[in-house]
Design a binder for this molecule. Structure first.
Ligand SMILES: [Zn+2]
Length: 120
């Protein structure tokens, strides 16, 4: 699985929301449009069947969907979409990475499935 290819954040610092994107993946005739991605809060609400445990302001803790999890160990930032599991080390920078990892989609398929693939 090409998890690394989905991580195109090159600069992210803890404690801030500053994210720098290396590529925009935009083309003249369609292409990835980050602005069309769903709000992380809404996306994760539909993806997660349980009520999350609130941790620090922007972070929630839920049972990890990437491994058999008995105690919530998946931490999700509901603003940026960043996620990280403290048990199985599943991680990504946004809901697109989450979508790819969870459903085994490649970048384009995940972008289209999330409605973030624009057309001309
Ligand atoms: Zn996990």
């Amino acid at each position: 699985m090409a998890i690394k290819n989905s991580l195109y954040v090159v600069g992210a610092t803890r404690g801030s929301n500053k994210i720098i994107y290396r590529k925009q993946y935009t083309r003249k005739n369609g292409g990835f449009n980050r602005a069309l991605l769903p709000n992380p809060i809404h996306y994760y609400t539909t993806q997660l069947s349980q009520l999350p445990i609130k941790t620090k302001s922007k972070w929630i803790l839920v049972n990890c969907c990437f491994h058999q999890d008995r105690n919530p160990s998946l931490s999700i930032n509901i603003e940026s979409g960043h996620f990280k599991c403290f048990s199985c080390n599943a991680k990504g920078c946004d809901i697109l990475a989450f979508h790819q990892l969870r459903y085994g989609f490649d970048f384009i398929t995940a972008a289209k499935d999330l409605g973030a693939w624009g057309h001309g």
